[in-house]
Design a binder for this molecule. Sequence first.
Ligand SMILES: CC(C)(COP(=O)(O)OP(=O)(O)OC[C@H]1O[C@@H](n2cnc3c(N)ncnc32)[C@H](O)[C@@H]1OP(=O)(O)O)[C@@H](O)C(=O)NCCC(=O)NCCS
Length: 244
Amino acid sequence: MSSPSDEQIEGGISNNKLHWTNVGVDAAAVVGSSASDKSESEDEDGEDIVKAHQLTDPLVLVDPNSNGPFHSRSGFVGCVRHFKAQDIPSNILSWIFDLMERNMKVMYEKSQDGWDFEDKKEEMTDRNSRYLIVFTDDSPVAFTHFQFDMDYGRQVLYCYEIQLEEKVRTCGLGKHLMTALELIAEKTSLQFVVLTVFRHNPKARAFFAKIGYIIDSTSPSKKEKQDYFILSKQIVAEKSSEKP
Ligand SMILES: CC(C)(COP(=O)(O)OP(=O)(O)OC[C@H]1O[C@@H](n2cnc3c(N)ncnc32)[C@H](O)[C@@H]1OP(=O)(O)O)[C@@H](O)C(=O)NCCC(=O)NCCS
């Protein structure tokens, strides 16, 4: 796979620091209110979800100093970039699909629904899908796929995927990406970060437990015999004016 160009990963790489790439971005460019940015189900969306859908780059909202510069324990250098699914360069999208398959195919094959990659690709390229992608030097090494969405009447940031190349695992990068999602949720006033994890993925379950995710009230009960949990972390308190 060819590497992304400098333009594709613009934002700067500093020695031994993985950092947000929002420094120097014009805040006025954050909100784009074109009709094409609106959610298909906008009528049912809460007002904070409607606003979140209009963000061009939610990383701009995250103060780069609030999470501190990231120092990888293994010393790699990198930066985090935000993309809407439709703006991801084709070579990076191919890498995303490839990493997804390498990391998750076996897990899905063990699951009740099996591995349907075409269906997965459709979900991953949905018009509301967004990504944070981590680049080291010129190569992508990790991504998280998320959406701003309504979930059982709650306004949430739904994390669909977090996938790291094996070589960059267990050095704090997964936690760094989840923290980024939590900060975005906080800045957009969304109540929860929500995600799904297979019961038969003990490493991911241990990771999410370590960083404060608990079983969500909407997670299937044991009686329902589903092979996944829905986990969540509350980010902001429920608004009293919110509809149930
Ligand atoms: C799961 C995954 C995202 C975790 O990211 P990571 O960068 O390896 O994890 P981190 O280094 O950020 O770990 C954060 C914390 O979780 C803990 N943790 C991570 N993996 C763990 C494990 N398998 N068992 C116990 N604790 C674990 C770490 O010790 C660390 O704790 P600390 O903050 O006290 O040091 C990554 O390993 C991955 O991409 N796995 C393959 C794909 C996958 O399963 N994705 C999840 C799909 S739902």
